[in-house]
Design a protein around this ligand. Structure first.
Ligand code: AKB
Length: 314
């Protein structure tokens, strides 16, 4: 049975992935870790406060729990990384390098997400291929490209079983994303339920890839369970469920809330980041190599998001 450590377990992905993995592999088999702790977290399963930038702490927790797999999620997102580039480098690169070093020593399997942020303005914008030009212009993107290469390097040089995907914007009602460029696609649902209106910081006609969290979690589990002989790429698989602009979300919400209003007040920093990313990426390699498939399209996701948020804020 796997013994899995999740870094960033209180973050947007981690707070849902930890529970999903506990449902599959058993509560005691999954150790949540984060730089901070919240009340009652230990009642849900094993939890350790751990700073990924301190390799001694990572080593200690891996040895203590006899871990064999790490879901390394601790990272700053794109807009936050643009505000604090040096901190982003230290956390995003330092945390990953420490995790890979510990993985090399203890023969751990590693998952770490890359992002559509690993692409840049010179990347082909539509149906972006798996292997293409990557010259990102953000600190986050630079971290992601370097991370993809590092994971490949640790596999090729040391045989570490590294795996990963390039996530699009992830949409969920459980934990807020915080500090991303695609966060508007989460906020729009909360504002729809609370105020029947949303002011978007991303401009009209800006398309980005998106995915509902249940599809993202399934993708992680499937990739980690995939037959390694079938994996040609291993790391940084493009995956997407939909390509959408703010107006598409508004139209989908209006099918449930006909009076919903969308307006715009563009944030130049996040708009510039969004403009440097593709409109839509191709998930072909992930489909062929490990059977990636998204279950949720925009309308199905909208119905579920609105329903869950209504119950949450009631
Ligand atoms: C962000 O907006 O920074 C993230 C991402 C697409 O990597 N959601």
């Amino acid at each position: 049975m796997k013994k899995i450590l999740v870094t960033g377990a209180l973050g947007q992905i981690g707070s849902e992935l930890t529970g999903k993995l506990r449902g599959i592999y058993g509560t005691d088999q999954v150790i949540g870790t984060d730089i901070r702790k919240i009340d009652g977290i230990e009642e849900q399963g094993p939890f350790e406060v751990m700073d990924v930038t301190d390799i001694e702490q990572v080593l200690h927790v891996v040895k203590k729990h006899e871990v064999d797999t790490v879901m390394h999620l601790a990272a700053l997102l794109s807009a936050k990384a643009e505000a604090f580039p040096k901190v982003a480098w230290d956390i995003n690169m330092g945390g990953l390098l420490n995790t890979l070093e510990v993985a090399k020593e203890f023969h751990l399997q590693i998952f770490t997400p890359s992002s559509i942020g690993a692409f840049g303005p010179t990347t082909p914008r539509d149906n972006t291929p798996q292997n293409t030009l990557q010259r990102p212009t953000t600190m986050y993107g630079i971290n992601k490209v370097a991370g993809e290469l590092l994971c490949d390097y640790y596999y090729q040089r040391y045989g570490v079983d590294t795996r990963g995907v390039r996530f699009p914007g992830l949409i969920s009602y459980v934990a807020p994303p915080g500090g991303g460029t695609t966060d508007y696609a989460v906020e729009i649902y909360y504002e729809a339920v609370k105020h029947n209106a949303y002011e978007s910081y991303i401009a009209a006609d800006t398309y980005m890839d998106m995915m509902y969290m249940p599809d993202a979690l399934n993708a992680i589990v499937h990739l980690m369970e995939a037959n390694p002989e079938k994996l040609i790429h291993r790391n940084a698989f493009n995956i997407s469920a939909m390509s959408a602009q703010p107006e598409d979300f508004a139209k989908s919400i209006q099918k449930q809330l006909p009076d919903f209003k969308l307006s715009y007040k563009v944030d130049p920093v996040r708009q510039q980041i969004a403009d440097s990313w593709p409109n839509s990426i191709s998930s072909q390699a992930a489909m062929e190599e490990w059977g990636f498939k998204a279950e949720y399209d925009l309308d199905r996701m909208t119905v579920d998001m609105l329903d869950k948020i209504r119950k949450k804020v009631a």
